[in-house]
Design a binder for this molecule. Structure first.
Ligand SMILES: [Zn+2]
Length: 178
């Protein structure tokens, strides 16, 4: 989504009184109460990520606090995350979406509320420990920015999709289905 489209979307979601309801903000991926500067942030993220809404770690942590998790770590230790993780791994057959080996972890592509609540599993991908580390940290061991994580994931995903092994696997699946 472009900046302009995001601005229009925010304006259209405004109530006649000139405000935004908790429900419309939830749909926009904004936690309640809305943090300062949420409009600017939404528009900014829209411009740098056409086609999807990216959320930085501050917004993620705010969203988690609104759900009652004081930290991301607390969320990762919750029964909710355990059940979401299990569902995502089962959906992908425990196959790492970046290299095809046994996946034991789940990577977040975004941190929208429906994703954090496990209502929408599309923003998560099964991944092996090695690939997860490669995506989240640069070669010198520093945590990548959300934008860099996204670029790294997408490029690895594209490599995987075009690899001969994946092609061969798809051909087998197609052959079996016909
Ligand atoms: Zn992998």
């Amino acid at each position: 989504m472009t900046r302009k489209a995001r601005k229009r979307q925010i304006e259209k979601a405004m109530t006649p009184a000139g405000g935004w309801t908790r429900e419309t903000l939830r749909k926009l991926g904004v936690s309640w109460p809305p943090p300062r500067g949420w409009k600017k942030k939404l528009v900014r993220n829209a411009s740098s990520h056409p086609g999807r809404l990216a959320i930085d770690y501050t917004s993620r942590n705010e969203a988690l606090r609104s759900l009652g998790y004081p930290t991301y770590q607390a969320y990762l230790e919750s029964p909710l995350w355990a059940s979401i993780r299990k569902k995502v791994l089962a959906r992908d057959g425990h196959c790492c979406l970046l290299c095809g080996s046994w996946a034991t972890q789940v990577h977040h592509l975004e941190y929208l509320l429906p994703t954090l609540l496990g209502q929408d599993l599309r923003g998560m991908a099964s991944i092996c420990g090695d690939c997860h580390h490669h995506v989240e940290y640069d070669p010198s061991g520093h945590k990548r920015s959300p934008e860099a994580v996204d670029r790294c994931y997408r490029s690895a995903r594209a490599d995987m999709a075009s690899s001969p092994l994946t092609q061969e696997f798809r051909a087998i699946v197609r052959g079996g289905a016909s």
